[in-house]
Ligand binder design. Structure first.
Ligand code: C2O
Ligand code: CU
Length: 468
C-alpha cells in the first residue's frame, strides 16, 4: 500500500530541515550552522499515528523542547571536529541514557549505565558534550531497558557533516524499523522467547520514518544522497533499487574510497548505508527501494522525480571526504578469540536495566545478560595504542550484527567471504563464519561489545573490552 499523500510529500521535503536539530537549516537547499549552545533532548512518551488502526499509545521518543512536529526523534546534525553539546532530560517513568552509536568519543559520554555513567532517573538530566572525529551517518538510542525503549521508538538519526562533503541536489534521511502492534494499533509483547532464541522477534508493521511505504520527492535527473539507518531491534534488509541507478557511497558512516554501483546490499540492525541515487528523468516517475530478503519483496520507500530533468550523471559525484584511517599493525597484533554461541543456561539472570528473564546466548561460553555487562569483569583488557585482532567465530545457525563502542575495527579476513577493508563499528557475522577484526586500542575506557539484535544483546550476547 503506497500512501502518496500530501502529508508524506511534505514530510519528505522536511525530513532534514523541519526535524533537524541543533544546527539549523540543513535540508537540500543549503546549510546554516548556529552556535554550539547545548541542544535540549527530552526523552518522552507520546502517541503516534503508525497504523491505519489509529493512534498508538505508549510510543517512546526524543523531542527537542518545542512542540513535537513529528513523533519521530529529530535528526541531529553536527560537524566533524566541532564540539557538540546536548542536555538530555528524562521525562519517561523509567531510567534511560543516550548512546551515540558509531561515534568515537570519550568513554564518559558513551551512555552505558554503570559502565560509563549513572542512570538518568525520571526528571533528572545528563549533559553530553563531545567532538566527533568522523563525518558520516550515525544514530542515537538509549542503552537501558533497550528492547522496550528502542522497540517503542527511541531511535534517531545522527549526521556528522564535513564542510568538504560534495553537494547533492537533495538529501533524504531514512530511519528504517518495525513496530510490534496488534490489530488495534497498540503495542503487543515485545518478544517471544522461542524467537529470541533464534533470529529475534519481528515487528508486525514495517516503516520508514514512522510511515508505511512513504514517497519522497526529489529533482528529476538529480543526484540525491540517501542516508539510511537500520534502527530495528531484529530485522536485516537486503536492499535493491528499482527504476533508478545508484552508487553505494558509504557503509556504517565510512566512505568507500571509490563508490560502487548498487546491486544488492545487506544491512542489519545498527548499520548504516549511504547511497547516491540518480533520479529518473521523467516528471512523476518513481524509483523504489525494495527489501528482497522476505520471500515476497517489500517496498521500503519510493522516490518521485519532480520538475525538468537536471540531467546529472552518477559519475559527477566526487567521493565523500575520508575519515581518519585505523592504523593497525598486524605484525604486533595480539589475538583475542571470541566465540559466539548459544547457551544452555536458560535461567533468568538479574541485570542492570532489566532482564528478559532468559539466557540464550554466550560469548566465550559465558552468557552476559542485560544492556550492560557485569561492570566488574571485562572480557579482555587491551593496552592503549596496541593492535588487536578480534577473532570472532559464530558457531550458531543465526547471523549476529556485532557492534563495538568507542573504536572502529577493520575486517581483515573471513572464512566465508571477501571482506571490504573499511573501518566500521558493526559487523554482521554470518552463521558459521570466522572473521578477524583488526582494532587499535586507541580510546581508553570500558567499551561494550554486543549483538545489535536486541533480544540477543539482552539474553547473553553482551560483554565489554577494557582499554588501559
Ligand atoms: Cu547501537 Cu551498544 O549500541
Ligand atoms: Cu545476535
Amino acid at each position: 500500500m503506497a500512501m502518496l499523500t500530501r502529508r508524506n510529500l511534505l514530510s519528505g521535503a522536511a525530513v532534514a530541515s523541519a526535524y533537524g536539530l541543533g544546527f539549523g537549516l540543513s535540508g537540500p537547499l543549503g546549510k546554516a550552522f548556529a552556535s554550539a549552545d547545548p541542544v535540549l533532548i527530552e526523552a518522552a512518551t507520546t502517541e503516534a499515528s503508525l497504523s491505519p488502526a489509529g493512534l498508538t499509545r505508549g510510543v517512546m521518543t526524543y523531542r527537542s523542547g518545542a512542540p513535537a512536529e513529528s513523533p519521530m526523534p529529530p535528526t541531529i546534525r553536527m560537524r566533524r571536529s566541532e564540539r557538540f553539546a546536548a542536555r538530555m532530560i528524562n521525562r519517561l517513568d523509567e531510567p534511560t541514557t543516550i548512546h551515540w552509536h558509531g561515534l568515537r568519543i570519550e568513554n564518559a559520554m558513551d551512555g552505558v549505565p554503570f559502565l560509563t555513567q549513572p542512570y538518568v532517573y525520571t526528571g533528572d538530566s545528563f549533559d553530553y558534550a563531545f567532538t566527533p572525529p568522523d563525518a558520516g551517518t550515525f544514530w542515537y538510542h538509549p542503552h537501558c531497558n533497550t528492547l522496550t525503549q528502542i522497540g517503542r521508538g527511541m531511535t534517531g538519526v545522527l549526521i556528522v557533516e564535513d564542510p568538504a562533503d560534495p553537494q547533492f541536489d537533495a538529501e533524504i534521511t531514512l530511519n528504517l524499523r518495525d513496530w510490534r502492534l496488534g490489530g488495534d494499533g497498540q503495542f503487543i509483547e515485545q518478544f517471544k522467547a522461542r524467537d529470541a532464541a533464534k533470529s529475534g522477534t519481528f515487528g508486525t508493521l514495517r516503516t520508514a520514518n514512522w510511515q508505511v511505504e512513504p514517497t519522497y520527492d526529489a529533482p528529476a535527473g538529480g543526484l540525491v544522497r540517501v542516508r539510511m539507518v537500520v534502527s530495528d531491534v531484529t530485522r536485516l534488509y537486503n536492499l535493491r533499487l528499482e527504476g533508478a541507478d545508484a552508487l553505494v557511497a558509504a557503509l556504517d558512516g565510512q566512505p568507500l574510497p571509490s563508490p560502487q554501483p548498487l546491486d544488492m546490499v545487506t544491512i542489519s540492525p545498527g548499520q548504516r548505508l549511504d547511497l547516491v541515487v540518480r533520479m529518473p528523468d521523467g516528471e512523476g516517475t518513481l524509483a523504489r527501494l525494495v527489501d528482497v530478503r522476505p520471500s515476497t519483496p517489500k517496498t521500503v520507500t519510493s522516490f518521485r522525480a519532480i520538475g525538468a530533468s537536471l540531467k546529472r550523471a552518477l559519475g559527477d559525484v566526487p567521493p565523500l571526504s575520508a575519515n581518519p584511517p585505523v592504523e593497525f599493525d598486524l605484525n604486533s597484533a595480539q589475538e583475542i578469540p571470541l566465540v559466539l554461541s548459544a547457551t544452555a543456561e536458560q535461567a533468568a539472570v538479574d541485570s542492570i536495566c532489566g532482564t528478559l528473564g532468559y539466557s540464550f546466548w554466550a560469548i566465550n561460553k559465558k552468557p552476559w545478560p542485560g544492556d550492560t555487562a557485569d561492570p566488574s569483569a571485562p572480557m579482555a583488557e587491551l593496552k592503549l595504542g596496541r593492535t588487536y585482532l578480534l577473532n570472532l567465530e559464530n558457531v550458531t545457525p543465526h547471523a549476529h550484527p556485532i557492534h563495538l563502542h568507542g573504536m572502529n575495527f577493520v575486517p581483515v579476513s573471513s572464512s566465508t567471504r571477501e571482506v571490504t577493508q573499511l573501518p566500521s563499528d558493526t559487523y554482521l557475522v554470518l552463521p558459521d563464519e570466522k572473521v578477524q577484526l583488526a582494532v587499535v586500542a586507541d580510546n581508553p575506557g570500558d567499551w561494550v561489545f554486543h549483538c545489535h539484535i536486541i533480544e540477543h544483546q539482552k539474553t547473553g550476547m553482551t560483554s565489554y573490552l577494557r582499554v588501559v
